[in-house]
Design a protein around this ligand. Structure first.
Ligand SMILES: C[S@@+](CC[C@H](N)C(=O)[O-])C[C@H]1O[C@@H](n2cnc3c(N)ncnc32)[C@H](O)[C@@H]1O
Length: 488
């Protein structure tokens, strides 16, 4: 990947974890640097402790089984089934041992993949940490948390979605719509390969040989790009593609898949078997379902640096919060020494979003940023549900009303909410308090009012998201897809 080094890959910049910052900007003060280091360390910690964490959690479950046996032994009916008899008959010691082995192997399989990600980003692997723990007497383990581990679980599910053959059905429903819109409204000449739908082992080997067309490519931004497949597919079609995301656990894994699996160093393409569902304990039919494997990546995602200068397609991934990363496109921020720099940033021809716009704590801010990122006539293409990510916390309750009435005003600039609400909610991330759940009608009106014309609008595109096909619970999203054009 030609430009990613600026943000997350290669030796030195490994210590540049994800934080809100401007395009390519490095941390500018010591506090920020310390905060970045702390965050990077915390994420590496959870990568390193993944297998241990899950194994201990599973031991806890086994312990509960044991307690169930002893605590319920008193409930013995003459001649009838006992808790002990039915539990032990359903799971013999031998079977339990086999199950534990199966589960342990799955955690080790995942840890092996995660260790490769860690190695790629220059951090210590789980084994190296273990060795230090054994060798250094006063080694203090800083244990990760359930919350942090759940982020690694999400990374593994996202890898399944983006980079396994099994995830193709789920992802292609949405990615195909977006790629189709680019093809229709921003076509690249000489582009005739539909890679994603038909990827086979041959594609795995030949993907790179075809290479992207080289003809002054349009520039496409893919905010909230997760594990990077969509951004990569866009690049593979011949566009200059810029993915971005603010999740460091995701970025480390996408960097490894995009830069570490191509085997440019070793001359071979690397594939890994992972078990993305081991953390699922509900709605599971069997332990085998939980521990089953998928092989990733399903294609070689190597991006060769181009020697054609500015005209060749370019692929970059940025680490950071969307509004911060692209804030330099806003007119107010394009002043240097008091002078407005109209042409100081190269704008995009398209902004393509998959399951992204509903991550906005404030949709208007996202829309205005997208508007300014685009050239006149540029495309804003999106697909996804409206599952507002910052929704559901900090609701105003009757007791929060100033003087118990919505008509009364409090002392806070005509706000009808009293100090109780503030007290009750001050522990929350302020983004929860900012968030508004817009309907599609409202969202559409905001897009139009921002300066876009809607070219296409389609509802009920049914798909799943990082969904376990073997689970007894599956969630369908009926997505809205739209193509909008920035009015000149
Ligand atoms: C629901 S996921 C979608 C991922 C990918 N586009 C896909 O379709 O699989 C949303 C992604 O946006 C990222 N994200 C959410 N809010 C963001 C923000 N404000 N800035 C940057 N990335 C953000 C998350 O880390 C996550 O990877």
């Amino acid at each position: 990947m030609s430009d990613v080094t600026r943000d997350i890959s290669t030796t030195e910049s490994h210590l540049q974890p994800c934080r809100p910052h401007h395009h390519g900007e490095l941390p500018c003060n010591k506090d920020e640097e310390d905060e970045e280091r702390r965050h990077f360390h915390q994420v590496c910690n959870s990568y390193q402790q993944y297998a241990t964490f899950h194994q201990v959690t599973e031991q806890g479950v086994n312990h509960r089984r044991g307690r169930l046996l002893s605590s319920m032994n008193a409930v013995v009916e003459d001649g009838g089934p006992t808790v002990e008899s039915i539990l032990q008959k359903s799971l013999s010691q031998h079977q339990m041992k086999k199950n534990n082995e199966l589960f342990c192997q799955a955690t080790i399989r995942n840890q092996y993949f995660l260790d490769n990600v860690l190695k790629h980003c220059g951090a210590m692997t789980s084994q190296e940490v273990l060795r230090d723990r054994n060798e250094v007497e006063a080694f203090e383990v800083e244990w990760t948390t359930e919350d942090q581990i759940s982020k690694i679980d999400s990374v593994l599910k996202s890898i399944y979605r983006d980079w396994s053959i099994e995830g193709r059905e789920e992802r292609s429903v949405v990615y195909d719509k977006l790629l189709g819109a680019l093809d229709k409204y921003l076509p690249i000449r000489g582009n005739d390969d539909a890679v994603m739908n038909n990827s086979t082992d041959d594609d795995f080997n030949n993907y790179n040989d075809r290479g992207p067309p080289k003809n002054n490519p349009p520039r496409v931004a893919v905010p909230g790009s997760g594990l990077g497949r969509l951004a990569f597919e866009i690049y593979a079609k011949g566009y200059s593609s810029q993915g971005s995301d603010f999740s460091l656990p995701m970025l480390l894994a996408s960097d490894f898949i995009l830069n570490g699996c191509s085997g440019t160093d070793t001359g071979s393409h690397r594939k890994f078997a992972i078990s993305p569902w081991i953390h699922e304990t509900k709605n599971v039919k069997s332990l085998q379902d939980r521990c089953r494997t998928v092989v990733v990546p399903d294609v070689v995602a190597a991006v060769e640096p181009s020697d054609d200068g500015e005209l060749a397609p370019d692929f970059t991934m940025l680490a950071g919060e969307f509004l911060s990363l692209y804030s330099h496109f806003l007119p107010g921020n394009r002043c240097v020494d008091g002078e407005f720099q109209a042409d100081s940033v190269e704008k995009f021809n398209a902004v393509v979003c998959s399951f992204f716009i509903d991550t906005a704590p404030s949709l208007p801010h996202y829309l205005i940023t997208i508007y300014h990122m685009l050239e006149n006539g540029g495309l804003f293409v999106s697909i996804g549900p409206l599952m507002w990510h910052w929704s559901g916390h900090g609701a105003v309750l009757p007791d929060d009303l100033a003087n118990g009435s919505m008509n009364e005003t409090s002392n806070v600039q005509g706000d009808f909410i009293n100090a109780k609400h503030k007290q009750r909610t001050e522990h929350l991330d302020q983004r929860y308090l900012q968030s508004v759940d817009f309907t599609w009608e409202e969202t559409r009106a905001l897009i139009v009012n921002c300066g876009f014309e809607i070219l296409e609008e389609e509802f009920d595109i049914r798909t799943r998201y990082t969904s376990d096909a073997m689970s007894m619970k599956k969630v369908d999203y009926d997505c809205v897809f739209f193509v909008a054009r920035k009015i000149a």
